[in-house]
Design a protein around this ligand. Structure first.
Ligand code: PXG
Length: 457
């Protein structure tokens, strides 16, 4: 028997308004408009309660990489929930789904990663890392190595530590963040700069802002650097090719731990298993979540390199940290089925060699539109920069809300993309067909026209 009642759109909206507070939402605005009630999904499409169909160009929230309606993921959860719906990994217990998944993750990751710690989300994973990084340096007799360097406009989650790692000022303004010992340096956002440097030089300069910060604080006080291989929530900021090699050089030179936040880029979004593989870096930690289960159940975790894990295990005694749902059996079973599905269907190779290049070509064609100052996409992760003038580049006044106008037009025309300011971002499922990619590009072009008309009116 279904646990969820059948109700009308109006009833759902009323109940939602009365009882449900939403994440990252201005509720006064929401209550004027009412929520869009999504009831089902299949393939790359989601459907609202009125039967309207939308191409989900964001894979939910960057997570439904294998697409909707995957019976093998549902079956893995069902079977596991019949067998053992819950047990924990505390108190010297373990269970097959967590063990099997940990071993499978070792197979697909770089050789320094042999161990994984499970959490329930990306935010929790980053909280775990803050604890582990500082414990690691304590155990090595360097407790003064406390500071973690992150970047402005980074997104690492919403718990107290993860929001502190995030570099978003409006988040920090609410509730006195960041916590002590977390500092933020420049992001490698070339289009957002004055563009006076070549992208190559700019990439090196952005990386050197880490080195400047290390020298300012004192290299003996810096514990780690954290970055998303490509910033997602910040607006799909694809760093120049010169950036990550220079970051790696700096971390190596000063002995600082490198954390590659793979919550979005992990599990194939860039056409490699991890963003670190794509950019050729060798991190000490990789937090993951989202795509590990294609979003079918919540699961997060952290890959921990031998450099760190060996110290924690050999010298650390008990690590006083863990979550009730660390390694939830059903979530782990779904993750394992999802990893096998990605492998069996060659979906990551498909992102690298087929649908990735195909969508990138279409996306690039949008750069010919008068509103688009830059179109960029790596793997299946892209952005359009909306501009008032292309030559010289002039951005819109924030108050004009160009990005929001465009986002609303897209949704009205059956395509879900997101707006981050005047940057339109895209991250569709890996199963997107060529026809669906054509549909996505066609709707995007039409909505750029509609946006232009609305701004001219
Ligand atoms: N790291 C990165 C790189 C993320 O993108 C998190 C950590 C936190 O994960 P959890 O599972 O705790 O949400 C994220 C999450 C957006 C948006 O608007 C992005 C995320 C979450 C919610 C909204 O683009 N990313």
């Amino acid at each position: 028997m279904a646990a969820i009642e059948k109700r009308s759109r109006h009833e759902w909206q009323e109940l939602d308004k009365e009882h449900h507070l939403h994440p990252f939402t201005n509720h006064k605005e929401l209550h004027k408009k009412r929520s869009r009630i999504i009831t089902r999904a299949d393939g790359v499409y989601i459907y609202d309660i009125d039967g309207n169909r939308f191409l989900d160009g964001m894979s939910g929230l960057w997570c439904v990489n294998a697409g909707y309606g995957r019976d093998e993921l549902v079956d893995a959860a069902t079977q596991q929930m019949h067998e053992l719906p819950y047990y924990n990994n505390f108190f010297q217990c373990s269970h097959p789904p967590a063990i099997e998944l940990a071993a499978a993750l070792e197979e697909i990751s770089q050789p320094q990663f042999r161990r994984v710690f499970f959490a329930g989300s990306g935010s929790e994973s980053n909280d775990t890392i803050v604890r582990m990084v500082r414990t690691y340096w304590d155990l090595l007799g360097q407790p003064q190595r406390h500071t973690i360097i992150s970047r402005k406009n980074a997104y690492h989650g919403s718990t107290v530590a993860a929001a502190s790692l995030s570099g978003m000022k409006p988040m920090h303004r609410q509730s006195g963040l960041p916590i002590p010992g977390i500092v933020h340096v420049e992001q490698p956002y070339w289009f957002g700069s004055d563009r006076s440097m070549s992208p190559g030089k700019f990439g090196v300069a952005a990386a050197r802002s880490i080195e400047d910060k290390i020298n300012e604080i004192g290299s003996d006080k810096v514990a780690a650097f954290i970055g998303e291989p490509i910033q997602g929530a910040g607006g799909v900021i694809i760093p120049p090719a010169s950036y990550w090699p220079e970051v790696q050089r700096i971390c190596d030179e000063y002995g600082i731990l490198l954390i590659s936040d793979e919550v979005i880029t992990g599990f194939g979004r860039l056409g490699e298993w991890f963003g670190a593989d794509y950019f050729g870096i060798r991190p000490d930690f990789m937090p993951f979540a989202k795509g590990v289960t294609s979003g079918y159940l919540p699961l997060g975790g952290v890959f921990i390199s031998d450099r760190v894990a060996d110290v924690l295990i050999d010298k650390g005694g008990e690590f006083f940290h863990g979550y009730t749902y660390s390694g939830h059996p059903a979530a782990c079973a779904v993750a394992l089925a999802n990893v096998r599905l990605l492998q069996r269907e060659g979906l990551i190779e498909r992102v690298r060699d087929d649908i990735g290049p195909y969508l990138q070509k279409g996306w690039q064609s949008l750069a010919e539109h008068p509103l688009v100052g830059e179109a960029r996409m790596t793997g299946l992760m892209g952005a359009l920069e909306l501009v008032r003038s292309k030559q010289p580049v002039e951005r819109f006044d924030e108050k004009q809300g160009a990005g929001t106008i465009c986002r609303d037009a897209l949704i009205d025309n059956g395509l879900v993309l997101r707006a981050v300011g005047d940057t339109i971002i895209c991250a569709p499922p890996f199963t997107l067909t060529h026809e669906e990619a054509d549909e996505l590009i066609g709707i995007a072009w039409k909505c750029l026209d509609l946006t232009q008309q609305a701004l001219d009116a």
